[in-house]
Design a protein around this ligand. Structure first.
Ligand code: NAP
Length: 283
């Protein structure tokens, strides 16, 4: 029985992926920040047939909480087969976490970065293993300013979100290089335009338009979940690493996302932000 950890598992793509994976009888570790939503998600996933469903409460935007989560995972699971960094959010207004990190970057990239680095040895010892990042098509057409990762010099929700999703792809590629030959694969994907709660940021006057867009243009959460589940468990994808997927196909990520030197510098900056040494093998 495989052990598969999914962050952002209380709703949308993460929950749908967990239900789909559960049908295969594996052990799911669902991570969410709200105990009630987490308990209800676990009931849902159990009903889909999982071999076992465990829950871990963690605000992924809090470095202390991520460290506690990593300790709990290392204590409870001698084997970790899949880490799916899926939690994410969109913030209309700029905010900072208790760690002093802009909220979008903290939630959509840095939390997953820290969790991955803390669990990396366990994943390597569990090889073959997989790491998946839920990124976005919005990583195209944006740049990354390493001196202003929190968009303090000019914030928009879209800019902060796109940059965080670009950071996912840059880090994924750098990590895939570091992990070459270990049996641990790393990939990122765009789940599609998926009708989930992430669009709830829309102000009240835009809600009717958003509701119509969800109905007409977006795919249901199950479709996004299917794409995440495939990257996490499809045997045909077991050897694929360092790739960005869109519509179930490998697609060339943006030019900026392919800047290997930027991926290295981003890894160094993120390690510094979370108080870790630069990971060995970063080059
Ligand atoms: N929907 C789309 O069209 C789309 C497109 C591209 C990429 N994505 C990405 O897909 C991923 C999943 O989003 P979704 O569309 O499924 O939206 P969703 O239904 O809102 O799910 C987001 C998940 O992330 C969790 N989360 C948010 N902030 C968190 C925090 N600080 N700590 C722990 N968990 C947190 C949420 O937990 P709570 O229940 O506690 O809020 C929820 O489980 C995100 O990374 C998103 O950026 C979505």
């Amino acid at each position: 029985m495989k052990t598969i950890l999914i962050t952002g598992a209380t709703s949308g793509i993460g929950l749908a992926a967990a239900c789909r994976i559960a049908a295969g009888g594996d052990r799911l570790v669902l991570v969410g920040r709200d105990p009630d939503r987490l308990a209800s998600a676990a009931d849902h996933v159990r009903a889909s047939g999982a071999g076992a469903v465990d829950t871990q409460v963690c605000d992924i935007a809090s470095q202390e909480a991520v460290r506690r989560l990593a300790s709990a995972v290392l204590e409870h699971y001698s084997h970790l087969d899949v880490l799916a960094n899926n939690a994410g959010g969109f913030f209309l207004r700029r905010d900072e976490t208790g760690d002093g990190v802009e909220a979008t970057f903290a939630t959509d990239h840095l939390g997953g970065f820290l969790l991955t680095e803390l669990l990396l040895d366990r994943l390597v010892h569990s090889a073959p293993a997989r790491i998946v990042f839920t990124s976005s098509v919005m990583h195209y057409g944006t740049a990354l300013d390493l001196d202003d990762l929190g968009c303090a010099r000019g914030y928009s929700g879209q800019k902060a979100y796109s940059r965080s999703k670009l950071a996912n792809v840059l880090y994924m590629r750098e990590l895939a290089r570091r992990l070459a030959g270990t049996g641990v694969t790393v990939n990122a994907f765009h789940p599609g335009a998926v009708s989930t709660g992430i669009w709830d940021f829309a102000p009240w006057f835009a809600k009717p338009v958003m509701a119509a867009a969800k109905r007409i243009f977006m795919v249901p959460a199950e479709e996004g979940g299917r794409r995440l589940a495939a990257l996490a468990t499809d045997p045909d994808l077991g050897a694929v690493t360092g790739c960005y997927f869109q519509k179930d196909r490998v697609r060339t990520p943006s030019r900026v996302a392919r800047d290997d030197a930027l991926g290295v510098r981003l890894t160094e900056v993120c390690a510094n932000l979370v108080g870790l040494p630069t990971p060995s093998g970063t080059r």
